[in-house]
Structure formats: C-alpha cells, structure tokens
Design a binder for this molecule. Structure first.
Ligand code: MG
Length: 170
C-alpha cells in the first residue's frame, strides 16, 4: 500500500490599521484595528494556503491569487483556502492535518478558537480534530509585539490517496 506523505509550511504577516475588520481563520474578531491587505488579509488562512501549496510543490499564494488581480479584492481568504484544498484533492492528496499559530499581541483570541477550528475544518474538508489553532504573543517584541501587525505560521501534512507514484528520490 502506498502511504506517501508530504509536509508544507507557511508564514504570513499583515499590517494592522484603523477602519479594517480583523478576520482570522475565517472569523471576525472584535478589535479596534484590522489587517490591511488586498483580500480580507486573513493571515491564518494565507499561511495555511502556502503550507498546502508548499507540500504540493505548487508555488505560493502570490502566484495563485495575485494581489494585483481585482478578482481578489476583499476576497474571503477562507474561500481561497477551500480552493487550494481542492487543488490538493485533484492532485490525489488528502489533507491529514493542519496546524496554525496566530501571532498577535491583542486582543486575545481564545474565545474564538472553536469557531476558527470549525471554519478551517470545513474549508479543508477534514474533521476538527485534525485542525490545530493556537495563538501566542511575542511579549511586546517585534512587529507583532508593538501592535504594528498580525502574523501566522502554519504546517500541513498531506497524504496521497490517488495515483501510484512512489515517494522517493527519482
Ligand atoms: Mg497575506
């Protein structure tokens, strides 16, 4: 039986500004400031998209959803994540699990975690027990610590469910 696995990682950061909603993992977080970006600037979804594309060896989010394309103005990044999960599916891979860390000084997002897990699991087409959502501050250090921005990093494991190409160095 073929059990080919691939792993990918992703990272993203966006500036926090006034008069923007703060959308994280597809959930609107109550915050006086939100992330600036061409799409809805959801760093958690963006990091996960890059993790999936990285595992597939399929470039990155900027290749697939250019921020110069008006089609992605204010786009739902959760929707884009679902699209990329579909790319994995069509490539013969199923997402085994996904794990994301949101890096943000404030507000605390623990109250939103269950909702975020549910949204991500739905977009990825996997059970909630296979989705990790964590949050951390950087103790006042750096761009996130100063409140200048929000960041996220993610890891995704994908497992081949179709095709018969062996995993190896060939
Ligand atoms: Mg981004």
């Amino acid at each position: 039986m073929n059990h080919e696995y691939k792993i990918g990682t992703g990272f993203d950061a966006h500036r926090l500004v006034d008069k923007r909603p703060l959308i994280l993992a597809g959930v609107k977080v109550d915050s006086p400031r939100g992330a600036l970006g061409h799409s809805d600037a959801d760093v958690a979804c963006h990091a996960l998209i890059d993790a999936i594309l990285g595992a597939l060896g399929e470039g990155d989010i900027g290749d697939r959803f250019p921020d110069t394309d008006p089609a992605y103005k204010d786009a739902s990044s959760l929707g884009l994540l679902g699209e990329v999960a579909g790319v994995a599916d069509r490539s013969g891979f199923k997402i085994a699990n996904a794990d994301v860390t949101i890096i943000l000084e404030s507000p605390k997002i623990s109250l939103y975690r269950d909702k975020m897990k549910a949204k991500l699991a739905s977009a990825l087409g996997i059970g909630q027990k296979h989705v990790g959502v964590k949050a951390t501050t950087t103790e006042g250090l750096g761009l996130t610590g100063r409140g200048e921005g929000v960041a996220a990093q993610a890891a995704v494991l994908i497992r081949r469910i179709g095709g018969s190409e062996p995993c190896g160095l060939e």
